[in-house]
Design a protein around this ligand. Structure first.
Ligand code: ASP
Length: 225
C-alpha cells in the first residue's frame, strides 16, 4: 500500500487483512507444516483458519500517515535513508519463557515508512528479527530490518549464548554493536533458557517492559533508565 501511494493515488482500497498478525504466525506454526507464509497464500490461509480480518481503517493511524506524507514530500526513496537517525521504529515484540522451559518470540510490524511495495523486513524472517530456541534464548528485534537480516541478529544472539556461554546481555550487546558498525540502528529484547532477560539498543530509547517470576516488574523508555 505504501509504495502504491508513492507511485500515484490508489485506484481501489486494499482488501481486508489479518487483524492480529502474530495469531496468523502462530496458526502457521501450529496448523500448517510450514515455518513461513507470505502474500496472498498467507491471506487465504488466514481466512481458512477463521482469523479476524480488518479493513484499511483499522490499520490507519494518523501519525504513520503523516510520517509517510513527510517522507514523500522529501522525495526520499533511497533505501539508505529508511534507516535514518530521525526514523522512529514502531515494531511490537514479545519474548517469553513458560514453566515448562519453552521459549517463544513474537514480532508484529508495519515495516518501515517509505518501503517499496513487496519489501520484506526482518520481523517475519526467522533468525533475523524473531527467533526462539529452547536451548538458548528467545529474541524479538526492532530497527532497520535490512541490517538485522544481513547480520541474522536474533539467531546470532542465540548462537553466542549456546556456543560461547555468554549471558543474554553479553550476547545482545555484542550483536547490537556489530549491527551498529554495519550502519543499522534498533534494538532487541531477549530472554534466556534460565529466565535471565536482557535488552540492548543503539537508539536513544526503546519502549520496553519486564515481568519476571521473582515478581520483578519494570518499564522503561530511554537508555539510562
Ligand atoms: N524492523 C522493522 C522492519 O524493518 C521496522 C521496525 O522495527 O519498526 O520492517
Amino acid at each position: 500500500m505504501v509504495a502504491r501511494a508513492m507511485q500515484g493515488p490508489l485506484l481501489a482500497l486494499p482488501p481486508p487483512a489479518t487483524r492480529h498478525p502474530i495469531s496468523l504466525a502462530r496458526a502457521v506454526m501450529e496448523d500448517s507444516p510450514h515455518v513461513m507464509m507470505a502474500a496472498s497464500g498467507a491471506d487465504e490461509f488466514s481466512i481458512e483458519q477463521g482469523l479476524e480480518q480488518a479493513g484499511p481503517d483499522w490499520f490507519h493511524t494518523q501519525e504513520r500517515f503523516d510520517q509517510l506524507q513527510q517522507f514523500l514530500s522529501r522525495n526520499r526513496a533511497d533505501a539508505s535513508d529508511l534507516a535514518g537517525a530521525d526514523y522512529k521504529f514502531g515494531t511490537v515484540g514479545a519474548v517469553a519463557l513458560d514453566m515448562e522451559g519453552n521459549l517463544a518470540a513474537g514480532t508484529s510490524t508495519g515495516g518501515m515508512t517509505g518501503k517499496l511495495y513487496g519489501r520484506v523486513g526482518d520481523s517475519p524472517v526467522i533468525g533475523a528479527g524473531t527467533y526462539a530456541d529452547n536451548r538458548a534464548c528467545a529474541v524479538s528485534a526492532t530497527g532497520a530490518g535490512e541490517y538485522y537480516i544481513r547480520e541474522g541478529v536474533a539467531h546470532e544472539i542465540c548462537a553466542r549464548i549456546r556456543f560461547l556461554g555468554e549471558s543474554p546481555q553479553e550476547a545482545a550487546d555484542f550483536v547490537q554493536a556489530e549491527t551498529l558498525e554495519m550502519g543499522g540502528s534498533g534494538g532487541v529484547i531477549v530472554v534466556g533458557a534460565d529466565g535471565d532477560w536482557a535488552y540492548s539498543f543503539n537508539t536513544p530509547g526503546m519502549y520496553r517492559g519486564v515481568a519476571a517470576r521473582d515478581s520483578h516488574v519494570s518499564v522503561g523508555i530511554y537508555g539510562d533508565e
